[in-house]
Ligand binder design. Sequence first.
Ligand code: FAD
Length: 393
Amino acid sequence: DQMMHPSDYYQFDDLLTSEEQAVRMKVRECMEKEIAPIMTQYWEKAEFPFHVVPKIAALRIAGGTIKGYGCPGLSITGAAISVAEVARVDGSCSTFLLVHSSLAMLTIALCGSEAQKQKFLPSLAQLNTIACWGLTEPDYGSDASALRTTATKVEGGWILEGQKRWIGNSTFADVLVIFARNATTNQINGYIVKKDAPGLTATKIENKIGLRMVQNGDILLKKVFVSDEDRLPGVNSFKDTSKVLAVSRVMVAWQPIGISMGVYDMCHRYLKERKQFGAPLAAFQLNQQKLVQMLGNVQAMVLVGWRLCKLYESGKMTPGQASLAKAWTSSKARETVSLGRELLGGNGILADFLVAKAFCDLEPIYTYEGTYDINTLVTGREITGLASFKPAS
Ligand code: FAD
């Protein structure tokens, strides 16, 4: 079976429609042939490989589930499996796409006006223009709803003033979705800022130990003018931002799944090929135990991710369910990949053997889109009816 990799132990493909299988195959082939050979080199240099963007664009996965406006209109499972197949080969590449597609494009699709959707989405879907999504600030990470960047009404538009931190793709994005506090109503609003807006600068954050290829930036907004037509009419409070996050967390939950699949497949092959004490590494009980533990984790993660997609499709998914899946897959993937790192011995610390790179890439994934703890508290609030984000005073 062409689709069968050792990590597909419970034959996940049988759960997919033929369209979803085709997307999976198309993404897998492109990632393995075109992208895998160059990723380590760019990861090491901490540079973004702009020349692969047309290859990713040709896959027609940017825009994911969005229908119309030149977007692919994939099923949520199809979109999720495309994220996993990209992440299977490279975490940075999948993060680049997620920020662009599941955060920025989705915000425009869910909260934008008809005119904004027509103006921005077609070119973003083709990756002719690139987007970023700016919520986090230097002093407001987990506590993002308290953000301090302000939007003040002036004739014909708004003046944005403040700072953003960690924003992926921001150093080269053409379109920046920025969240700011309306100076009059005190509510969170959303704005589309263009790359060349006077007063806007984005500086690359250096020395990351994970997702090194992704260009994360510190954004400075100094009296940046945004016209009325570029305010997102559907973002009127932090709740609207949370709605986007709940959907994009479905996609983010699939990144650790894809990364774990890639690592398991690599380890499975490696243990059969390398010999010590006159036998393949795969023949030792301790190694088999680690391999089987990894495999069990991957199967459970895939099934949780798949069920989450089905709940979403039937309109029943809750934010707590999405948060639990994101927190749980990123934590299980950390365990899985660290076992893989052990199994490769010394080669487990070389980026060239995939596993060490995956090990590092999982660290920011564990932390972004809500840390493990914050997503735990989102689910905790949902199942108990009691919010515990703020310490008791
Ligand atoms: P903090 O909020 O300072 O948290 C530190 C620790 O305290 C964590 O362990 C956290 O879980 C814990 N903690 C905080 N509050 C509580 C609480 N109430 N209860 C229990 N524990 C708590 N943001 C964007 O807007 N756009 C992006 O594109 C983007 N990309 C990113 C890419 C990378 C590589 C990274 C690292 C981050 C990115 N982020 C982005 C920001 C990311 O979402 C934040 O880092 C994240 O929300 C955590 O915020 P913080 O780093 O300020 O940590």
